[in-house]
Design a protein around this ligand. Structure first.
Ligand code: CP
Ligand code: NVA
Length: 311
């Protein structure tokens, strides 16, 4: 049984296959194979979502399957039923799980107990579906319609600005290790990524650069990336975060300090005037809506890979 809980759950060769399959699904939308035909996939969400929810529901449907959306407030997990029991029960009904929650340990526990493939649709620790999509979105620009997607990433540098201690920064660290990108994180001194993600990156043979100088982070970058300053679950810290992260706001001036053809991406939702200015969101090299659309194509490829490996 294979799961997708972190970026490195697929090998580099498998990740390359996912990028190619995503391109295939994108080019043949409406007329491709349906590897989830006859299957139901449950989507357990403990946090809000627009892109992830809609792209998975539409994607499962387009692969021939039936998506079943379950808000944790509506199922017995919300009243204390254990994750292990929930996984064992769902395994009697459905063929796979897509899970958005807080603790990475919870998706790992579901994977360990359910006998079902589990996809991490965001935890506090990682957002791997987003990173595969972001890498695909950059690669389709750099490789063109028929070029080698993986090869187009060679020697490229990503700069991540802002909240360097949460899911998107961690995911860029692991994603860069897998896809062979250089990554530089620009965040407040003292907010360098922690030992857990360092250990995973080292296991994957990756490394990263951390700086509290945003201009040092973006120098030579082919892709400039940011995320909200207040993630889901951190709402009580919003004012303090706004103040602490302000030097890392992606302004037109900071974006201009990257490579002349650099792309700007943001996982969205964006807060113009906080982590990024409206001028950057309106920039011709801002590709946030391609990025949002590509969630659909890339996640379909991830689901198709997992369905292939179901015992
Ligand atoms: N980027 C992303 O995961 O968006 P949602 O929270 O809307 O799913
Ligand atoms: N870091 C953000 C990402 C949202 C897609 C959050 O966890 O809320």
């Amino acid at each position: 049984m294979r799961h997708f809980l972190k970026e490195t759950d697929f090998s580099r060769a498998e990740a390359a296959e996912i990028l190619a399959l995503a391109r295939h699904f994108k080019q043949r939308r409406g007329g491709h194979e349906q590897p989830l035909a006859g299957q139901t996939w449950a989507m357990i969400f403990a946090k809000s979502s627009t892109r992830t929810r809609v792209s998975f529901e539409v994607g499962i449907h387009e692969l021939g399957g039936n998506p079943l959306f379950l808000n944790t407030n509506d199922i017995q997990i919300g009243r204390g039923e254990t994750i292990a029991d929930t996984a064992k029960v769902l395994a009697r009904f459905v063929h796979g799980l897509v899970v958005r929650t807080y603790a990475q340990a919870d998706v790992e526990e579901l994977a360990a107990h359910g006998g079902l493939p589990v996809v991490n649709a965001l935890t506090d620790f990682l957002h791997p579906c987003q990173i595969y999509t972001d890498v695909f979105t950059a690669a389709e620009r750099w490789a063109g319609p028929s070029g080698d997607l993986l090869a187009s990433l060679a020697g490229r540098k990503v700069a991540f600005l802002g909240d360097t201690g949460f899911n998107m920064a961690n995911s860029w660290i692991l994603g860069s290790a897998l896809f062979g990108l250089k990554v530089s994180l620009g965040g407040p001194a003292g907010a360098a990524p922690g030992p857990e993600i360092r250990a995973l990156a080292a296991q994957a043979g990756g490394s990263f650069h951390f700086t509290s100088d945003p201009y040092e982070a973006v120098a030579g970058a082919d892709l400039v990336y940011t995320d909200v300053w207040t993630s889901m679950g951190q709402e009580s810290e919003a004012a303090e975060r706004r103040q602490r992260l302000l030097p890392f706001q992606v302004t037109a001036k900071l974006f201009a300090a990257a490579e002349p053809d650099a792309l700007f991406m943001h996982c969205l939702p964006a807060h113009a005037g906080e982590e990024v200015t409206q001028a950057v969101l309106d920039h011709p090299r801002c590709v946030i809506f391609d990025e949002a659309e590509n969630r659909l194509h890339v996640q379909k490829a991830i689901l198709a890979m997992l369905a292939r490996h179901r015992a």
